[in-house]
Design a protein around this ligand. Structure first.
Ligand SMILES: [Fe+2]
Length: 185
């Protein structure tokens, strides 16, 4: 499950209801999805889309998304650093950023319109929807891997627009993980 940190309040959330409600207050949708049939980290994309077809169709109806695909990023991905450098600075899109995590980890920072910055660490089973226009940035965690389903309204709308605020430089891209937190408590 995701771990959410509200950095200005030094507060970490690990309860699903609290996470869902807090993110909703900042305009971010969060859900947990369970596959219709068992899938693994390396299940082919068609099987993954099939296993989550009910949830994907539901989300398409709600959000006007027309296509879904599966992307895989790992330390073996050619041009990984260049790719990450596009998304680890504060930006927004003209398109919602919708990600359902199949494997690996990722760290979204959301710069809410309230001024608060939230760190959302995601893992397998997490669905996050960052609405168009929301200021955010993204980093991988130490496993340098993330495999996700993406949904699009219009792929052309997914170009990053940078704020050049450099707000992102004030926040360490560190993932802690739910396992780490439970060990610490
Ligand atoms: Fe983005």
């Amino acid at each position: 499950m995701a771990v959410v940190t509200i950095l200005s309040e030094d507060k970490t959330l690990t309860d699903i209801d609290e996470i869902t409600a807090t993110l909703a207050n900042h305009g971010i949708n969060y859900e947990r999805w369970t596959p219709a049939h068992p899938i693994g980290d390396n299940t082919p994309p068609e099987e993954i889309l099939n296993a989550y077809s009910r949830e994907i169709e539901d989300l398409k109806q709600r959000g006007g998304y027309v296509t879904a695909d599966v992307i895989d990023v790992s330390p073996m991905t050619p041009g990984l650093e260049e790719m990450l450098a596009k998304f680890n600075r504060e930006h927004w899109h003209d398109e919602d950023e919708v990600r359902f995590i199949i494997a690996g980890h990722g760290l979204f920072h959301i710069h809410s319109s309230s001024g608060a910055v939230l760190a959302i660490e995601v893992e397998a089973g997490d669905l996050i929807r960052v609405p168009r226009g929301t200021l955010h940035w993204f980093n991988l965690c130490s496993d340098r891997r993330i495999r996700t389903i993406r949904l699009f309204q219009d792929t052309a709308g997914w170009t990053p627009h940078y704020t050049k605020s450099r707000v992102d430089e004030n926040f360490l891209p560190v993932c802690f993980g739910s396992a780490h937190l439970s060990m610490a408590s």
